[in-house]
Design a protein around this ligand. Structure first.
Ligand code: ATP
Length: 204
């Protein structure tokens, strides 16, 4: 954990100059940033801790725990965590091509099948790797797949609903993104974590 020189409003989070907004979610804003000494570009996920209730704080804890654990070419790397009294900054590997939701919206005529297959295989590799480590993402959706055009890769991000699971033991708590939920989660049934892959809470 690094110290903070100036707050978020001063556009400097510790050692990073914050720049334009790359994306927004329910709990966070993701900004482009540059390391002040090396000039390296990163994505910084800024989370306002004062807006989080107990459940959301638990998700944040799991997000950091799981992202630190997973290291794979098709998963966004978490480089560093900067904690202040009111904000948590996740310093992330920067995607240079936007997210898959925007990509799909820009290609109304549909995607090239070969390319779609290539990206799909990469996402499956990432998920399979997570499951081998007994990590379940639980919020798989196009918004959480980021393009790395220079590397010719897509990478999975946003482990905000992720959790560790014990093989053979079902999870019960329902959460995630409603529009993408598996039937057993919508019905409130207990479910097999790797099979469902996306939703649910830290309480398991
Ligand atoms: P949600 O409310 O959907 O759970 P969130 O608050 O957890 O979202 P993220 O999903 O982590 O936030 O990020 C929001 C958006 O920021 C993504 O959809 C994507 O467009 C952009 N983004 C996230 N991480 C990166 C990255 N490493 N590089 C580039 N853009 C990113």
């Amino acid at each position: 954990m690094a110290g903070i020189k100036r707050g978020y409003d001063g556009k400097i989070a510790g050692l990073y100059d914050l720049d334009k907004t790359l994306g927004r979610g329910h709990f966070a804003v993701v900004k482009l940033a540059r390391h002040v000494f090396t000039g390296e570009k990163v994505a910084v996920k800024v989370i306002d801790k004062t807006k989080l209730d107990t459940v959301a704080t638990g998700h944040l804890f799991q997000e950091v725990r799981c992202m630190k654990l997973v290291q794979h070419p098709n998963i966004v790397r978490l480089y560093e965590v900067i904690d202040t009294q009111t904000k948590l900054y996740l310093i992330l590997e920067l995607g240079d091509g936007g997210d898959m939701f925007d990509y799909i919206m820009k290609h109304e005529e549909g995607l090239n099948e070969e390319l779609a297959k290539k990206y799909f295989a990469q996402i499956v590799h990432a998920i399979s790797y997570c499951h081998r480590l007994h990590v379940v993402h639980r919020d798989l959706k196009p918004e959480n797949v980021v393009f790395f055009e220079k590397q010719g890769l897509v990478k999975l991000t946003d482990f905000g609903f992720s959790n560790k699971f014990q093989p053979g033991k079902k999870l019960t708590t329902s959460c995630g993104s409603l529009a993408y939920s598996a039937p057993e989660i919508l019905l409130g049934d207990e479910y097999d974590a790797p099979a469902v892959g996306k939703c649910v809470c830290n309480s398991g």
